[in-house]
Design a binder for this molecule. Structure first.
Ligand SMILES: [Zn+2]
Length: 322
């Protein structure tokens, strides 16, 4: 998650590389865009405050760049700022937006641009709500609302071979990746994480369609398919990399996680020790850890450990399985 210091660093030292670049001539952009879109995105104009309904629009979906179609923001991070411009707390990906120092009008501000095509979007300020504290103050004409809805949640519940196998089988789950979060170094290897010294937990990142399965249901399933009452321990696996943990991306998700834990606590005699932490980074694990159960169903670990967990999961959640 980007914070104000990251934004300053990018504006001062250069922006992260985008996934791709789109470059066109002024004439080509003019042919593609309306006059207002062209004036704001290519000539760094500003639309009048309260000129768009987009400010008070909070339906699920994504906001893409009106020039090149790159996804810039998720509606999850949109909030009512009262400024008259659509406002967000975080871009959809760290390399989606580029930052430049803007010293026009006798002020020093941070300009936000599409990192793919350099479209002017608006400015970023440090007076936004938590968890990021950022306010991306955007021109509505620079954005296009797309209704496709896809969200991510990052969960730790012991060995990721097990948790991945369970979540892959749920209706509404689009993709599950195994990896590491919550530690001190970037791009850790499996060996480093296993040493317990990096502080990372074995995690899965679940991409899902919130119209088909809710965030709350994903957490209920998570908390009932591993043991959330043991500290740094899951069955025979011991160490902080096996801790039970839920990462949230918004304040609403944090509140929802606390509520679901309270609710699920009733079905456990011991206290639930699952950590609830703000999402920072997910580092995808090595290829041989991905899709492990499906690729190795006859393996000893899969038969001895994962099969019984899947049987219990099928009993509990038969109606939610693909
Ligand atoms: Zn763009």
């Amino acid at each position: 998650m980007l914070k104000w210091l990251d934004v300053i660093k990018y504006a001062n030292n250069g922006n992260p590389a985008p996934d791709k670049r789109v470059e066109k001539t002024e004439k080509e952009w003019k042919a593609l865009l309306t006059e207002e879109q062209f004036n704001v995105t290519r000539l760094k104009g500003t639309e009048h405050a309260f000129s768009s309904d987009l400010c008070s629009y909070f339906e699920p979906g994504r906001y893409t760049c009106v020039c090149c179609g790159t996804a810039l923001f998720d509606s999850d991070t949109k909030f009512e700022s009262g400024t008259g411009w659509p406002s967000f707390t975080q871009p959809i990906q760290e390399n989606a937006v580029a930052y430049h120092k803007d010293s026009t009008f006798g002020m020093v501000r941070i300009e936000a641009l599409c990192n793919t095509c350099d479209a002017h979007l608006g400015h970023v300020f440090q007076d936004g709500p938590m968890p990021s504290g950022l306010r991306y103050c955007m021109n509505a004409v620079s954005l296009k609302k797309v209704d496709v809805s896809e969200k991510k949640v990052d969960l730790g519940g012991g060995c990721f071979w097990c948790t991945e196998a369970i979540f892959q089988r749920l209706k509404g789950v689009i993709k599950v990746e195994s990896g590491y979060s919550g530690g001190k170094i970037t791009n850790p290897t499996y060996r480093e994480v296993c040493s317990g010294a990096t502080g990372h937990a074995e995690m899965i990142e679940v991409t899902y369609n919130p119209n088909e399965i809710s965030f709350d249901d994903l957490l209920r399933i998570h908390l009932s398919t591993h043991n959330p009452t043991t500290v740094d321990e899951q069955g025979a696996d011991q160490g902080s990399q096996y801790r039970s943990i839920i990462f949230y991306r918004t304040e609403d998700e944090k509140q929802a996680a606390m509520k679901v834990i309270d609710e699920v606590q009733k079905s456990y005699l011991d206290m639930i020790v699952t950590q609830i932490e703000m999402f920072e980074h997910f580092y995808k694990a090595e290829d041989y850890h991905q899709d492990y159960y499906n690729k190795n169903p006859d393996g000893g670990y899969c038969q001895a450990i994962i099969d019984p967990k899947l049987s219990k999961f099928r009993e509990l959640y038969n109606d939610k399985i693909k």
